[in-house]
Design a protein around this ligand. Structure first.
Ligand code: SF4
Length: 64
């Protein structure tokens, strides 16, 4: 299976553009999972910009 890093990077909605894991979704998920967080792309844009990737922020965002 080929890596799709170029396509992932192009479609990534995370605004932390200098992140070394940008486009490397496998590393991005592992990183945030290890911190009990979720990747930025799963958050609505206004919440993503706060860089709060916590589960609580995710639940709060979608509980509206
Ligand atoms: S969600 Fe986190 S790990 Fe993924 S690209 Fe954005 S800052 Fe990097």
């Amino acid at each position: 299976m080929d890596c799709t890093i170029e396509k992932n990077t192009k479609n990534c909605t995370c605004t932390y553009s200098s992140c070394s894991k940008r486009g490397k979704c496998c590393e991005c998920i592992q990183y945030h999972k290890s911190r009990q967080e979720l990747p930025g792309c799963l958050f609505p844009a206004d919440i993503e910009r706060t860089y709060d990737r916590s589960r609580a922020a995710f639940i709060k965002a979608y509980a509206k």
